[in-house]
Structures are given as C-alpha cells and as structure tokens.
Design a protein around this ligand. Structure first.
Ligand SMILES: [Fe+2]
Ligand SMILES: [Fe+2]
Length: 304
C-alpha cells in the first residue's frame, strides 16, 4: 500500500472496523472480526451527516483550479461512485431479508441507511459545487451515466441485479445469498470502491483540492470498511459451515473478475496512462492485496 493510504487506514476509526484489508495481522489469517452486534454498535458511534460538510472551497476548486480536461477525467470516478451507491442502495432490501439470523438483518438494515447517505453525499456535492446542468437527483444520475464504461453495467445491472432478483423470489436460497454477498461486499465494495476511494482521497490531498469532498469521502470509506467487515464475517461463517459455500465464494470471484477489472479503467483509458496519479497496475495490485487479506481471514487463501 502507498504510505498515504497506510497512514489513513492506521487511523483508530479505520482500525476499529477490523476489515482484514486494514489489519497487518490478516497476512497470517489472524483477525478478530467483530460480531454482528459489535458492528451495529460501531455504526451508532460512526454516524455523520452530509449536511455538515462545507463545499464552498470545492466549488472554487472545481471551476477555477481544475481545468476542463481534468474535470472530464474526474467525472469517471465521480459518476461510478454516485451511480454505484444508488444501485447498491436499491439492491440491499432482498439481501437483508434473506439473511438467516436477526443480528445479520439488523446490521444490513444499518447498511441500507449508509448507502442512502452515500447517494445523498454525492447528490449534495454535485448540487453545491455545480457539476451538472440537471437540478434533481434523478436528472443528475441520468446525466452523469454517460461517463460509465460497459463493464460497470455488466457488474451491476447483470451480475448483481440477477442474483438479487433470485433472492427476492427465493429468500431461503443461501447459496445465492453467499454469491451475492461475495459480489457485493468482497468485489464491489472491497476491491473496487475502497481501492478507488483510497487513491482518489490521496490524489486530492496531494493536489490540495476538494477539501469538503475529501472529508465526506473519508467517512464513506470508513463506512465501507465496516460493511466489508460484515461481509468477511458472514462469508467466513458460511464457508466453515459447508464447503459448498466456500466453492460459491471462489466461483463468484472468478466469474466476476474480468468485469470488475474492467471497471478499474475509464472508457478513455490508454495503455500506460495514470489515473488519479497511479498506474493501472498499482491500482490492481492494491485491489488484489485487499482481496487476498480478506480471503485469508475467511479461510480461503493460503496464509503467509
Ligand atoms: Fe456506499
Ligand atoms: Fe457499502
């Protein structure tokens, strides 16, 4: 991990989530994952409000300090997150209902609120900073969708959506639930969202741009680490319970790998380009390291 990212993830509030990716001990498979009840209590302690964030300087930076080419490039990251947060908010209901235990359902209910807050954060950023022409949530989502790449749709609208539809029809189908949590918590949140978040935060810190955005995005990243910690605990329990579920986790990661990897590169990407100050190889390496640590803790990867 880059030094700036390591410094951030070593912060007490990030460490408090015990997401294996922020714990060095995960390299040997040793992390005391929080219980579902402890994760719930951490959620209560880690609340924040999008309306407390001041975007005054962000508005100046966006219009006066960031040139049009860079604004266009930044739209890929912003759009993927804004629409990604909206899609995961909308998909969580059936996953929550399909969870086999009450404390799991309670935690996933908190996550629905978090994902809604993440949508509200982006909506407010777009509004206060004046990023788009549209002046409604639906209009902004529509307008910003032109920046996405086709892999994004494969991952969210096909792979995730079809599994959630199956869960909505058959909430007792635990194998589909394991596949869905693998795709949502390990791949989308764990590999993609957190990788993008850490590099985008570091890039803005280095450039001295968008301080309000950085403040909120740090809080979103902390929420995501808490969500992934829930996913790691759930998948570890399921994999220990039955090897059929361990197979389902591995199968899903292999199946979603190419689309997930495709999301890391913007549509305008050309070989050798840097995106948010890092190469695509460095981005991939970071995402894979985080996945490896989590799989070790779940019990599915050889430990160092
Ligand atoms: Fe989120
Ligand atoms: Fe999340």
């Amino acid at each position: 991990m880059s030094d700036a990212v390591t410094q951030r993830t070593e912060r007490e509030d990030f460490q408090a989530t015990r997401d294996p990716a922020v714990m060095e001990s995960a390299d040997t498979g040793q992390v005391n994952l929080l219980t579902y009840a402890e994760l719930y209590r951490l959620w209560e302690r880690q609340h924040w409000a999008t309306q407390d964030i001041d975007f005054t300087q962000d508005r100046i930076d966006w219009h006066e300090r960031i040139d049009p080419d860079e604004r266009f490039q930044r739209m890929y990251g912003l759009s993927s997150f804004f629409i990604g947060e909206q899609k995961v908010t909308d998909e969580l209901g059936p996953m929550m209902r399909a969870m086999p235990q009450e404390d799991m359902r309670i935690f996933l209910s908190t996550q629905i609120a978090d994902e809604a807050r993440h949508v509200a954060f982006f909506n407010r950023f777009y509004e206060e900073v004046g990023v788009l022409e549209s002046d409604t949530l639906a209009g902004r989502l529509e307008e910003t969708s032109e920046h996405l790449n086709p892999n994004f749709h494969t991952l969210f609208d096909e792979m995730l959506h079809s599994r959630v539809d199956r869960l909505a029809r058959e909430p007792e189908d635990l194998e589909t639930l394991v596949e869905t949590i693998t795709l949502y918590h390990m791949v989308i949140e764990g590999m993609l969202a957190l990788t993008g978040q850490h590099f985008i935060i570091t890039y803005n810190e280095d450039q001295g741009t968008l301080p309000g955005f950085v403040e909120g995005f740090n809080k979103i990243a902390r929420d995501e680490h808490r969500h992934v910690a829930f996913g790691a605990r759930f998948l570890r329990e399921m994999a220990q319970h039955d090897s059929r579920y361990a197979d389902a986790i591995q199968r899903t990661i292999v199946e979603c790998g190419p689309a997930a990897d495709g999301v890391l590169a913007p549509p305008w990407y050309e070989e050798g380009m840097e995106v948010f100050g890092v190469s695509l190889e460095e981005t991939r390496e970071f995402a894979m390291k985080a996945l490896e640590r989590r799989l070790k803790v779940i019990g599915l990867a050889p430990v160092a």
